[in-house]
Design a protein around this ligand. Structure first.
Ligand code: BTN
Length: 335
């Protein structure tokens, strides 16, 4: 597992901001209040993250090149300076599910902002008890620990805020306009590009934590997509025709997500802004839908998204409200 530490981040920030090209190790020792040995260890660990740093004996350290590896945690954390998400970042080569690590950390009192990443998940989880296929090969599997200051009844809005963030990041970086199916599937030409799963623990008046898991297909090529098969997934590579830096995408996405969360925490006005933005961008509204719930299947027209993020559907002349359900667009070809 690769992990960011305050020392590593401190070193990297200094190396990134220096105009002199070189940072004397004495300056790092003084600025970070740690020993020379700790600085050396931090530099070695940054090098292991593929960040090119040259050590010049008796002179100091110099940054030679940005990381070759697109999910280098320390680099990501530096790029997320000023954003409250991504501090710290934990990266696993392989694990069962990033959700479990993030929820364990939450139960042990970790602060909001922690992001758990993995190259591969052996038991990736989707909504409604489904599994989320998570092979190695360049996707994003991320779980973000949040301690949102919003009432428990509004927790679904965190989920919607994440979907909006993914949609904005894709539009901003690649000029790709994907559709946002309620509650937060991101589709491209009807094929699933990204799934989001938010899990929360709360009491009557307070949310203890929420963990938002984001699975985004980035560099899966055509053959890999065919292998993933039945769920008709898509990937950024399929859309843009080229390989993408997952790091750049993740940074943009987390910044957008943080912006949306901050708005939600601003009270009623911020909540209304997120909900109206969501209504504008959600492709489910106005569509004929099939809604699968624990008790059965309903057919109707999706009419609205409530102030709590639930879906209102006109079914047989009356309106039903679904806080959580599996929704299918009956005419998927329109997505
Ligand atoms: C869905 O559309 O059903 C939600 C999929 C969520 C997948 C992500 S990948 C990162 C995180 N870890 C998991 O096990 N699931 C979520």
């Amino acid at each position: 597992m690769q992990k960011t530490t305050p020392t590593k981040i401190g070193i990297l920030k200094r190396l990134l901001s220096t105009t002199a090209g070189l940072v004397p190790s004495g300056e790092l020792v003084e600025a970070l209040g740690v020993s020379r040995q700790a600085i050396w260890k931090g530099v070695e660990s940054l090098k292991a993250e593929t960040i090119g740093i040259e050590s010049l004996p008796n002179r100091g350290y110099r940054l030679n090149h940005p990381p070759r590896y697109d999910l280098s945690p320390s680099w990501l954390e530096c790029m997320l300076d000023g954003c409250q998400l991504g501090h710290p970042i934990l990266l696993f080569e392989s694990l069962d599910s990033t959700q479990e690590i993030a929820k364990d950390a939450a139960r042990q009192g970790a602060p909001g902002g922690l992001v758990v990443l993995a190259e591969e998940q052996k038991s990736g989880r989707g909504r409604m008890g489904r599994s989320w296929l998570s092979p190695t090969g360049g996707n994003i599997y991320a779980s973000v620990l949040l301690r949102p200051n919003i009432p428990p009844m509004k927790i679904q809005l965190v989920n919607l805020a994440a979907g909006l963030a993914v949609q904005s990041a894709l539009q901003g970086l690649y000029d790709v306009r994907c559709s946002l199916k309620w509650p937060n599937d991101i589709l491209w030409k009807g094929k699933k590009l990204c799934g989001i799963l938010s899990e929360a623990a709360s009491e009557t008046d307070r949310v203890h934590y929420a963990v938002t898991g984001i699975g985004l297909n980035v560099n899966l090529d055509e053959a890999q997509l065919l292998e993933a098969g039945a769920d008709k997934p898509s990937s950024i590579m399929e859309i843009t025709g080229r390989e993408t830096s997952r790091g750049d995408l993740l940074v943009r996405l987390l910044k957008e997500f943080w912006g949306n969360l901050s708005m939600l925490e601003q009270g009623q006005e911020g909540v209304s802004r997120i909900v109206s933005l969501y209504r504008e961008r959600c492709s489910t509204l106005g569509k004929e839908v099939r809604v699968l719930t624990d008790t059965g299947i309903d057919y109707g027209i999706a009419e609205n998204v409530t102030a709590e993020g639930a879906l209102q559907v006109g079914v047989d002349g009356s309106t039903r409200v679904y806080a959580a359900a599996d929704v299918l667009h009956v005419r998927a070809s329109e997505d």
